[in-house]
Write a protein that binds this ligand. Structure first.
Ligand code: HEM
Length: 583
């Protein structure tokens, strides 16, 4: 179903339209011989070539930019498909329900043609029941036995299959190491090794995604234009599908979100990134350095002063006291937002970041949508103030360039400023947190850094490699792609595991050893290619300042706790708090 939606958007673009319609859905379902919908059409003897006015799908090159929405007819069909699935008591919505919904839509031209060709609502329902009784003969996954089974045997097997479902899920999670395995959050590295060695390119046994774990393959994914960015990245796709299906409780997501540079392909990406990259020059970063150094010192002073007044025992939480506020205040000031608004902004960006996890809960999504609307109102107020009294901040400069040929419009400015807020803080917080944890767990390396603070640059790179703050990023295949002997079909979501690539022994000798002197350390923690992290130099500078300051002030620091709580979700890796003893 996911593939059908994405292919329908491609199909629309191939015909020069901005939105996919009901006929696009029919065309791509008919063209996917393995889909349940195609089975229905075949069973009812529908000659699809006679129905579709336009050229057959799948012909001609993929367009550079896919359509970005479904039109009203397509949304109506998806809603009706969802209702059909509910009526038939099926626990998913598939292409078979889309065909049934099209058959029901006799008032649409495409529905009428289907009816005339023999696909009436009654025939569609009978074909769905036959398809199930035949043991779902197409590649539908989930049941695991593809060949057509005799009906009696199928009926006899059904209760057994139901009973077998839970053990099979458990098997896939624990033995087959699906992404649902809980240790992907707490200690993913042994699992990465297992995947890299056995199945470096594989379709996850439970989640509908392909997973890459070798350095060269992840690099290929990041750099090759055959892998595309997509606004329907995994974390969004389920929400989009729910939205398009009109599932209750899901609020509509504002349109401008799709223009954030992180989710754009060229040429749109090149223009937006070009404008922002002017703010991330070495000169503008150098200007920020003194205030970041001052802030790091002040934060630590405040902790130490706290001991004097409360006779506390010389403890500090590296996350709450330093790693958390430092990057947010920096990015907030860089954008030109008033520093005293930091707590509100922090709350909004936390809410937005939570919804970027691989599988956000409905509550997280609702909160994220609220945050989005509130921050938009706040943004407009700040913009109005800046227009009255312009300054030298990033946002002020963007506003000045608003009417230039490659200037950004207000929606683009807003979306990308929000991207900077969320991309720019949790990641850096985790770099400082994961980095300090790694150093304190590898005492010899901490002591070495204390003795030789000028190793800080190579140390921070090694910390980025060793326990990467961003573990995964995704792309969508625009065409069949052969990678490491496996062919990934078009329209599939591919997850490149940066954390696994950074521990690949084929690229990094002795990869599980923390070595702050490591040279030739071209890790993928900031990605690679055209989407290479825009804030990489800023993040490194912040981490270098924070960690060097800690090493200088508290050389005898030790971990106060050995058991730590990790944040939920696979994408961002970091501990919730990191208590340390300072003396
Ligand atoms: C340790 C801290 C950070 C890490 C590990 C990190 C990691 C990444 C990664 C892996 C990507 C590429 C994603 C992809 O290819 O799909 C990325 C992109 C990006 N990052 Fe960072 N990031 C960090 C800090 C920052 C900071 C401080 C900022 C800005 C203030 C920032 C802004 C961005 C932006 C704007 C992009 C999108 C670039 C594009 O699409 O062209 N990041 N980051």
């Amino acid at each position: 179903m996911r593939r059908a939606l994405v292919s329908a958007l491609d199909e629309a673009a191939r015909h020069g339209r901005e939105a996919a319609d009901a006929e696009d859905l029919l065309a791509v379902i008919a063209d996917d011989r393995e889909s349940a919908g195609a089975y229905l059409l075949e069973q009812c003897g529908v000659d699809i070539g006679r129905i579709l006015d336009r050229a057959q799908p799948g012909i001609g090159p993929l367009p550079a930019q896919r359509a970005d929405r479904l039109n009203r007819s397509a949304i109506r069909i998806l809603r009706s498909a969802s209702a059909e699935a509910t009526r038939l008591r099926h626990d998913h919505v598939g292409t078979e329900h889309v065909i049934a919904a099209l058959a029901l839509a006799g008032d649409l031209e495409v529905g009428k043609k289907l009816n005339d060709a023999g696909m009436t609502p009654a025939n569609a329902e009978a074909a769905i029941r036959r398809w199930i009784a035949d043991g779902m003969p197409r590649r539908r996954g989930g049941w695991g036995w593809a060949p057509v089974q005799p009906r009696l045997l199928t009926a006899a097997m059904r209760p057994l299959q139901k009973a077998a479902r839970l053990p099979r899920i458990l098997w896939n999670v624990f033995a087959n190491k699906s992404l649902a395995h809980p240790r992907f959050v707490t200690d993913p590295y042994p699992l990465y090794r297992w995947l890299r060695e056995r199945q470096p390119v594989r379709k996850d046994p439970l989640a509908p995604v392909w997973v890459l774990t070798r350095h060269d393959d992840v690099m290929e994914m990041l750099r090759s234009p055959r892998f595309r960015k997509d606004p329907f990245a995994p974390q969004r796709l389920p929400r989009l599908v729910r939205k398009q299906l009109g599932v209750p409780g899901e609020e509509t997501r504002p349109q401008p979100e799709t223009v954030s540079m992180l989710f754009l392909d060229p040429p749109a990406h090149t223009r937006v990134r070009g404008v922002f990259s002017r703010a991330f020059t070495p000169a503008s970063l150098a200007e920020l350095r003194p205030s970041i150094e001052r802030m790091a010192r002040q934060r630590i002073d405040r902790v130490v002063e706290g001991f004097a007044s409360t006779a506390a025992t010389g403890q500090m939480d590296i996350i709450a006291d330093l790693a958390y506020p430092l990057p947010v205040v920096t990015i907030v000031e860089m954008l030109g937002f008033p520093a005293e608004d930091f707590p509100r902004i922090k709350q909004w960006s936390d809410d937005l970041a939570a919804a970027l996890s691989l599988n956000p809960s409905p509550k997280q999504q609702t909160r994220s949508n609220q945050a989005w609307n509130e921050i938009r109102g706040y943004f407009e107020q700040v913009v109005a103030r800046m227009q009255r009294t312009p300054g030298n901040s990033l946002l002020s400069r963007l506003l000045e360039a608003e009417n230039e040929p490659d200037g950004l419009n207000r929606d683009e400015m807003f979306t990308n400023c929000v991207l900077l807020l969320s991309a720019g803080h949790e990641t850096t917080t985790n770099l400082i947190g994961n980095g300090m944890l790694a150093l304190l767990r590898n005492r010899d390396q901490w002591d070495l850094l204390v003795r030789q603070p000028d190793l800080i640059e190579s140390a921070v790179d090694e910390l980025l490699r060793y326990d990467s703050p961003v573990q995964w990023t995704s792309r969508l295949t625009g065409e069949p792609i052969e990678i490491n002997g496996q062919t990934i079909p078009p329209g599939e979501i591919v997850l490149g595991c940066l954390g696994a690539a950074n521990r690949d022994p084929a690229r990094f000798p002795d990869p599980d050893r923390l070595d702050i002197r490591r040279s030739d350390n071209r890790h993928l923690a900031f990605g690679s290619g055209i989407h290479y992290c825009l804030g990489a130099a800023l993040a490194k500078m912040e981490a270098q300042i924070a960690i060097r300051e800690l090493a200088a002030r508290f050389p005898r620091m030790t971990l106060a706790k050995t058991k730590l709580r990790w944040m939920k979700g696979l994408t961002f890796r970091g501990v919730k708090s990191l208590p340390v003893l300072l003396r």
